[in-house]
Design a protein around this ligand. Structure first.
Ligand SMILES: CC(C)(COP(=O)(O)OP(=O)(O)O)[C@@H](O)C(=O)NCCC(N)=O
Length: 397
């Protein structure tokens, strides 16, 4: 009896402590959430908080305020309360217009681009939520193919086909996903939507066996220019008394081999300038794409360095590239790098035209995600591992 009494007293004390630890604004959020338009107001308030956090110095109070909001929003926007909707050319104009306006990965130039995205061999799905009617919370564009795509132009620029041949479809390519509400960052709507769409497509296409993204690699080109600057800086500091051209420093080969640097200089006709300086300029201006011979000589080093950027470059133990981090969190495999996969100006400027397939092996996603989140282990194909190690990066994780 005495033990039960002390057990009860302990539980009561724990409840009182938990209540005391809940910030006062938590109750205010609950009240606001009950009002008409209140949840949307809280989503926008969180977006403002995130903007503040990215602009002012790190504020523990603001961070706690934001995570309290995120916690509440993740309950209100849980998978069971989201409504899946397929968008077709017959969907309402206002929704179609929002799909076009929200597109953040491969912008649509006109209505025919939009019609292609929702036409044959394509599926566009959104999540909506009762508190924000007629507002797509997150948008997923999928191509239906018979192989894992290695080029985005064939997806976003192909002519509109008359009708689908179901027997010619066994693969889903997720080529664009956009979460439209900044205030819902961290609620993982994109993850929910991909998993839900997989189930939807499996029901529509029983022969579908392959699920993969075809993803951009934002930040790779800028990272590479940063790495070149590091080598140039170390070359300058280690050979500051030298006059004339800086030959490849002892660290230069970690980016390109001496033979590759030599060829860059020859093709560019700039043998009197440091090859790395020439390369940096070619990358920053996209001029390297102008000469077939230059494209050829840069293929191996750029593919190696891109694999190193995706597989070995980390921030707090996780992939530094945000798109990689998103798919790896979902349990995808860093599966294949694709050369000249996006030859549009945006693709060349952000990732030297390279794109990547994050492949979803359905039976492994939970384990892969857990290993990534808990051990920072990146599940990758042998192609990626070999390329990353050839780049002379750190030991594989
Ligand atoms: C990639 C996206 C969809 C991930 O969103 P989500 O699943 O909600 O993850 P999170 O923001 O909750 O961490 C989101 O970050 C986004 O819209 N990014 C900009 C467009 C893109 N695909 O890079």
């Amino acid at each position: 009896m005495c033990a039960e009494k002390s057990e009860g007293a302990l539980l009561k004390a724990e409840e009182r402590l938990q209540a005391a630890l809940v910030p006062r604004y938590h109750d205010l959020f609950v009240q606001i959430g009950r009002l008409e338009g209140g949840v949307k107001h809280l989503v926008d308030m969180r977006a403002d908080t995130l903007d503040l956090l990215s602009s002012v110095k790190d504020s523990a109070e603001l961070r706690s305020f934001s995570s309290c909001l995120r916690e509440m929003l993740s309950h209100w926007f849980s998978a069971g309360l989201l409504h899946l909707q397929r968008i077709t050319w017959e969907s309402s104009c206002d929704i179609l217009q929002k799909i076009s306006e929200y597109e953040a990965v491969h912008p649509m130039r006109n209505w025919s681009d939009l019609k292609r995205r929702v036409g044959p061999y394509r599926r566009c799905f959104i999540f909506t939520h009762s508190t924000m009617p007629r507002e797509p919370m997150v948008v997923l564009h999928t191509a239906l193919t018979n192989q894992i795509s290695d080029n985005i132009q064939t997806i976003v620029s192909t002519p509109i086909l008359d009708e689908e041949d179901v027997d010619n479809i066994n693969t889903a390519i997720f080529y664009s996903i956009t979460s439209t509400q900044k205030g819902l960052q961290g609620v993982e709507l994109g993850n929910y939507l991909i998993k839900r769409v997989v189930r939807e497509l499996q029901a529509e296409f029983p022969k579908m066996t392959q699920f993969s993204s075809l993803s951009p690699i934002p930040g790779f080109r800028d990272w590479l220019v940063g790495e070149i600057n590091k080598v140039l800086g170390s070359t300058e500091s280690s050979s500051s008394e030298d006059s004339g051209v800086d030959g490849p420093s002892s660290t230069a080969p970690t980016l390109l081999t001496s033979a590759e640097l030599q060829k860059v200089a020859e093709i560019a006709g700039k043998e009197d300038v440091s090859p790395l300086v020439t390369l940096k300029k070619l990358l920053q201006t996209n001029q390297w794409m102008g000469a077939e011979s230059m494209v050829e000589v840069l293929k191996d080093p750029l593919m190696r360095l891109c694999a190193r950027y995706l597989y070995l470059e980390k921030r707090r133990g996780y992939a530094v590239n945000p798109v990689a981090n998103f798919h790896l969190r979902n349990g995808a495999v860093l599966w294949r790098l694709n050369w000249q996969a996006d030859t549009g100006p945006r693709g060349i400027s952000q990732s030297c035209g390279v794109m990547v397939n994050y492949r979803y092996f359905l039976g492994d996603t939970m384990r892969n995600s857990q290993r990534y989140m808990e051990e920072q282990h990146i599940e990758a194909s042998q192609q990626v591992i070999d390329l990353a190690q050839a780049a002379g990066g750190a030991d594989s994780p």
